[in-house]
Design a protein around this ligand. Structure first.
Ligand SMILES: NC(=O)c1ccc[n+]([C@@H]2O[C@H](COP(=O)([O-])OP(=O)(O)OC[C@H]3O[C@@H](n4cnc5c(N)ncnc54)[C@H](OP(=O)(O)O)[C@@H]3O)[C@@H](O)[C@H]2O)c1
Length: 338
């Protein structure tokens, strides 16, 4: 490192250099309880100053509100950041529980225009398909995404929650720069088929929820009892009742290892993702989400933490012992199609 900024890596084959840790912006608008807008905006600036350049949003976060929220930051720093957003999860204003998955070209062509307008920019650096609808041929969807690259609306393409086979199929239609999937001490499905495919194809992995949505930090144990009403984690099988109790106990080695390093559990969890990727020979840019500058600085400092082989071995069994699925409904995840 030449200054106090985090190191950089190439995003996809021949893509831009980005900070080795990105920032997930989802929680700034929805899912994780009330947000203080000023401190969220300060966090964005703190991130950029620390060398974080990949900023992650999606059209579905807050039904467009997260993209709108990011627009002033994007406008102020357009050439300094790599802006990623996503399409495919359809929601309805009048039905908060509705979730559909849309991959058809007409939907994609409209979605990109809506995102560009909300982000107040003329180009999206990395455009992801957020979820896969197996009823639509992948070549058709990726073909429509590739047209957006040709039209200059999008620079690079990404996929989220796809299998290794799907990643290969898509990559044959147009180069895929990034795969965004859940990857953490608690969630390692991705290592089955997607990680080997990403290594083979030169695709960067962007691990989402690397802190297990905050659970791995020890910030809460039982979401139903400790988090505010409406917090999405209350509906996730891993974070309530007996599962939460079982899963919190699994964090004991994480806390012990953190104490030895004078680090936090969050930092151990983030260092684990980076070092696990090295084992696979894979480039990763994890995107932990936070709305607080202090946590942002704590998280980027984890890029300098190195765990020993013995510590990694103690963390190895955790994922296999986790109680409960990642989502209440796993049908649209890659795990359901493997
Ligand atoms: N592709 C997909 O399907 C998908 C799905 C989910 C998420 N994502 C993306 O991935 C990003 C990250 O995932 P995520 O936000 O779900 O989960 P995460 O990064 O694993 O955890 C975020 C949670 O951890 C808390 N936190 C962050 N740093 C902390 C620290 N150092 N100590 C204690 N608590 C800390 C945050 O609270 P505060 O904000 O209060 O700090 C927030 O509640 C999202 O923002 C989104 O962009 C993508």
């Amino acid at each position: 490192m030449t200054d106090d900024k985090i190191t950089t890596v190439e995003l996809g084959d021949g893509g831009p250099q980005v900070g080795v840790q990105g920032l997930g912006c989802m929680g700034m608008s929805e899912f994780y309880g009330d947000t203080d807008e000023l401190s969220a905006r300060e966090t964005l600036e703190t991130a950029l100053a620390a060398g974080v350049t990949l900023f992650d949003t999606a059209d579905v976060y807050g039904l467009g509100a997260n993209e709108t929220f990011l627009a002033p930051f994007v406008g102020a720093h357009r050439d300094e950041i790599t802006l990623a957003t996503k399409f495919a999860i359809e929601r309805k204003d009048d039905d908060p529980h509705y979730r559909g998955v849309r991959n058809d070209p007409a939907y994609i062509r409209k979605a990109v225009e809506d995102s560009l307008r909300r982000l107040d920019t003329d180009v999206i650096d990395l455009y992801y398909m957020h979820r896969r609808d197996p009823a639509v041929p992948l070549a058709e969807s990726v073909g429509a995404m590739a047209e957006l690259v040709q039209q200059g609306k999008v620079k690079q393409l990404g996929l989220s929650e796809v299998t290794g086979a799907e990643l290969r199929e898509a990559h044959a239609v147009h180069p895929i720069a990034a795969l965004q999937s859940e990857w953490s001490l608690f969630s390692r499905d991705v290592e089955r088929s997607a990680v080997p495919a990403a290594v083979e194809l030169g695709v960067t992995l962007v691990p989402y929820s690397p802190l297990g949505r905050g659970f791995l930090t020890g910030a809460f144990t039982d979401a139903a009892k400790e988090l505010s009403q409406g917090d999405f984690r209350q509906y996730q099988p891993r974070f309530t009742g007996d599962n939460a109790k079982t899963n919190a106990a699994l964090l004991e080695p994480v806390h012990k290892i953190a104490a030895v390093h004078g680090a936090s559990a969050a930092q151990v969890a983030l260092a684990w993702v980076q070092q696990r990727a090295q084992v696979h020979g894979l480039t990763v840019v994890p995107i932990p989400g936070t709305r607080k500058s202090s946590r942002l600085l704590e998280n980027v400092a984890a890029t300098r933490l190195v765990l020993t082989d013995e510590e990694l071995a103690r963390l190895e069994p955790i994922a296999g012992l986790v109680a409960g699925d990642r989502y209440p409904d796993m049908s649209s995840t890659s795990a359901a199609r493997e």
